[in-house]
Structure formats: structure tokens, C-alpha cells
Design a protein around this ligand. Sequence first.
Ligand SMILES: O=C(O)C1=C[C@@H](OP(=O)(O)O)[C@@H](O)[C@H](O)C1
Ligand SMILES: C=C(OP(=O)(O)O)C(=O)O
Length: 452
Amino acid sequence: MWSAPTLSSSVSATVNLPGSKSLTNRAFILAALSEKPTEVHGCLEARDTMLMRQGLTVFGARFEQLSTSPTSLSAFTGNSSWQITPIPKSSENFENPAEIDCGLSGNVMRFLTALAPIFKAKTYFYGDQGAAKRPQLPLLDALSKYGICIDLPPTPDSLPFTIGTFPHQEEPHSFQQSESKTLSVDSSQSSQFLSALLLAASRWPEPVTIRALGKLPSLPHIQMTLENLKECGASFQERENENAWSFEPCPLQLTETTIEPDLSNAGPFLAAAMIKGGQITIPNWPSKTTQAGDYWRELLTKLGASYELSDAGLTLTGPNDFLTNRTEHHFDLGDYGELAPTLAALLALRPTGGTITNIGHLRGHETDRLAALETEIKRLGGKVSTTENSLIITSPVTHGAKVQTYHDHRMATFGAIIGLAIPGIEIENVETTNKTLPNFVDLWQKVARQED
Ligand SMILES: O=C(O)C1=C[C@@H](OP(=O)(O)O)[C@@H](O)[C@H](O)C1
Ligand SMILES: C=C(OP(=O)(O)O)C(=O)O
């Protein structure tokens, strides 16, 4: 149990955040798929990115940590630089059976599944207990309809499973028998099913169209995948109004790059300025980005903040009346689901609460986040209900308690935010923040103690 610090007065702090999880993992994958070695700087060092590196190493990529980061990044914490040697093209890769630990990472369990048939005859995927509850079947279905062999235990329909390779590597010409050259995937439960296939498509053994079925959540993450692919020279065409992209097999090359700070993880720190007023600066906030977390600027402005984006980064100034303001607020976070637990913490402190809609897909995140948020807000004395897709907070939290985190990093930061305003919050297993922000406790304590 970790006692979350309270904040007695307005805040003033600069928080250097490590690199974005989503951008780091995409850069690792695209470097591993490239023709020539490349360097990636400002990478997030956390459990999810470590697992991604390990997985790509199983396919044959090599990662060497560089001792120094570029000077502009020297103030960052939790960052690292890597020289990445791509996965060799030779068929030697097919000789050894492969095993990939996905931990609790959606990125690893989805993105590496779609790559496995390209590099290995058989790959066994496993992960944490909680990962077996995360949706995976739509992606496995899409691959198996294409003719790729998948061994699943009878139930459940997620991890662990073994995935084989393309039919033609075992039975020549069987592509002609596969249903079609379109891979259709129902991505309504996670945008990562679609991103996984898009990331793999340039290395598919023949031209392929990736089609997304269902209502897509997390559009900025899909945009991120497409932008990153374009930057590496991928050859694809979007089929207008179809949610489909047609790819030609094509060599990729990631050029040396520096990862932007993680803007989703900026949320809890910006929240500190919302609750007690004052200013938080996040250095290196990009002026243009595909990160979902850039939406904090608009979202927190709606809740009364103002901000300045300059060479110094983003400086957010919180309102003085957040804890007493009775304006009604409704947010649709269908595109920005990753931000929901942090927004829920803020709304749970407001006298009139607030509603978050279109977040049904969060039931398949690290935990069922709608259920977890409902339980924890009630534990803290708030009034809250959920529907299949939304969280409705009608009156604020009133007292401290032991907050459960369900192995979910964003439930730990949810508790910490509430703790800034409500004394007596203790957080179970705060180390779960290691998933994407290993230095969370240090950074948080500095903000609470008002140290720059
Ligand atoms: O592509 C990505 O890197 C991610 C996409 C989103 O997944 P979902 O669409 O499953 O919510 C997001 O929540 C996750 O944290 C990261
Ligand atoms: C849902 C998340 O992560 P992932 O799906 O990559 O495990 C998250 O970081 O909030």
C-alpha cells in the first residue's frame, strides 16, 4: 500500500515525461522490419516496451542500448536510446520454436501476433493471467480465415495460443485456395487489431487489403500507425469510405528518430493543476502529433483550464474553482479511451460529477475499466453507475480508502489524482505503473512537494 500525497496549495512544477508507449513500440517494430539498422532515441523504458523488445528479439531483431541520448533529451527520465538491427530475411528464423511473453500489453499481444507468420513456423504467445481476458479472437479469426494455422485451447478465446505461418510455406500454391486476399478484422473492441495488420501488411507475401469492420475506437492510434508507416516508405492506398487499405509488399526504412513524450501519461500531472490551481509544464510537448493525449488541451480547456504551447513545452494553468464549479459536463471518449480513467478521477472530484460515453471497449483493457472505476468511486463515497458503454458520475467522492488497482497502471494514477484532494487514499500495488511509467511515484512526489 502506498499513501498518496495530498496537495495543500496550488501547484507549480515542470514534469519531464518519458517517451510515448505507443510511439516507442511502433518505432521498435518498424526498425525491426527495416532494411538497414537505425537508431531510436527517447524511447520509453517500461514493462510494455521491454516486452516488445524481447518479442522482436525472438523474431531475430537485435537491440543495443546506446550509452548517451542526444543533448536535447538529457533532462528526460525513464528514456533510452537503442541501435536496432532488423530481423534477418533468411529462413533460418524458421528453425527454432518461438515463445513470446505478452505480459499485460495489448500492443505486444496484438502487434506481434500479426507479425509472427512472417518470421516463424510456430510461435507460442502467453502472458499475465489478466491478459487472457483481453479480446484477441477477432485478430486470430482474421488470420485463420487467411489460411494461417492457429492452435487455441478450447476456451478462453485469447492467450495462450500458438500461431503458424502462411499456408504456402508448408503447402505450395495454397494461397489460391484461401478465401480472398482481403483480411477483414472486426476492430470494434480494439483499434489494435487493425493497427497490428497494418503494421504487418508491407511484409505480407502478396498484395493484401486490410479492412476494418465495426465501429472503430481510438482513431488517433490508427492515424499514428498509418503516419508511421508512411514515414517508413510503406506503399498503400486508402480505399475511400471503406475503412480499408490496400498494400503492396514493400521494403521499409525507419530513419533515426526521437520519440515524443507520452501525452496520455501527462494527464495525471496536468490534473494536479486542475484540482488545486497553478501551473504544470510538460517540456517537449509536440506542436503536431498523432498521440491521443494531445486531446488533453481541448478537454481540460472545457473543464476551465487555459494553456500555452511554446518552445518550453505545454504550460497548463488550472482554474481556481474546479472543486466547486457546478457546470454539467459530458465527454465522448470513443477516440480517446486511454484518457478515461484520468478524466474519471477529475469528474469524481466535481460537485456535479460528469458523464463519459462511448467507452465500452475499455471493458477489454488491462481490467474492465468501467467496472473498476465504478467500484472504486463507490468505495470512496461517490455516486456512480455504468451502462454497457458509459460511466455516469452523479456525486463526488467524499473520503479516503484503500484503492484497488487490478494490475492496471491507469487505476493507480486514478487513485493518486483523487489523493491530491482527499486525504487518506492508499493505493494497492502502485508498482503497476511500471507498465508505462516506472518513475511515476518519484515524479508524483516531486509535484506534490512542489519541486521542479
Ligand atoms: O495502438 C495503440 O498503441 C493503442 C491503442 C488503444 O487501444 P484500444 O483501441 O484497444 O483502446 C489504446 O487504448 C492503447 O493504450 C494503445
Ligand atoms: C489500454 C492500454 O494499453 P495496452 O492496450 O497497450 O495494453 C493503456 O495503456 O491504457
